[in-house]
Design a protein around this ligand. Sequence first.
Ligand SMILES: *Cc1c(COP(=O)(O)O)cnc(C)c1O
Length: 414
Amino acid sequence: MAKAQQKAGKTTQDYIDLESKHGAHNYHPLPIVIAKGKGVWVTDPDGKKYMDCLAAYSALNQGYNHPRIMAAAKEQLKTGVTLTSRAFYNTKLGEFLEKVCEITGHDKALPMNTGAEAVETAVKMARRWGYQVKKVRKDQAQIIAFNGNFHGRTTTIVGFSSDADYQKGFGPFTDGFKLVDFGDIKALEKAITKSTVAILIEPIQAEGGILIPPKGYLKKVQQLCKKNNILLIADEIQTGLGRTGKMFACEHENVKPDVYLLAKAISGGFMPVSVVTANKAVMDVFDPGSHGSTYGGNPLGAAVAVEALKILQEEKLPERAQELGAYFVEQLKAIKSPHVKAIRARGMLIGVEIKRESGVARPFCEKLMEKGILAKETHESVIRFAPPLVITKEEIDWAMKRIAAVLTTEAPVK
Ligand SMILES: *Cc1c(COP(=O)(O)O)cnc(C)c1O
């Protein structure tokens, strides 16, 4: 053991062992412990530096330890008010909801904590809207979602996943969902009935492997919704808030959904904060007693989120994602790799699909880690690069040398 480690006490392995001993094994993390962070950089307990190209699945779009978010959090902590519950009002929630409405263009917002809770909230909202406004027959409401979707991990949500790993052993599942192929407008049209209340869609399937639908698809989905009186719910929990080069991925096709689901980067990685936005006619189906969450709308989360959203706008992070994402992809494409099957990207949401004969993506991620780059595989064969949007051109150049080294040497696993 090195001297510095002995002095610091615990080593990377100690932290890993402790988590593994007492934690449920529902994750398979790379063997890196993050002890400190700043911008795109993190440091492990042994003092080794890495560039984080996962950014907590895009929750850290503003980068680690953003000074303005840190200051907003400290300011709120100093008031001594971190949680009021919704039994009372607080001084921060209104400002947060106003900011969210300004950004989304909707006039109402409902705060929750996690992304999955936002999805659950939207399911309840769409169903109630279906019965009260659309006059769907009692308990007949249908929501259409897509093969390859990822909307979270609750029992209702995994019930309409098409991924066997997400479902195995967790049934019975909630009724009222139908799946169609992502990108196939005819299949979607066919699946619609008079009981369809909502279409729940990720504008880009990120967990699904950075899958981008054909040009014009989202627009057609919106037209189908309008024609059939169906709510279009865009799950922009990962694609929203600048990641794809626009504030929302829907904007790439000038689509304004009826409902936005936001989480992850809404708090810049400081707190679990999520939100559902819609216009009054839809949101008003909720009345006192119909929905809630103890921590939802807490003033600490609200204070942090207001600042995190302002930073996206004032530091022009969507524009940065557009510009530097294009640069990142251009550099990636210039690498002559025998392992890369395809590169799919929008803004700074970048997927590198590994050829079957080169094995799965995980060993490549392990190799990248050894070189100081943190990236995580999604769907076995895809390496996702989604660094904080505050990344600079120089930092991309630094990363690219290492990525090129990994992608041009022999496949790590045969
Ligand atoms: C992460 C994610 C969720 C779930 O969010 P949690 O905060 O993990 O519950 C839902 N939808 C999408 C598209 C996501 O990326």
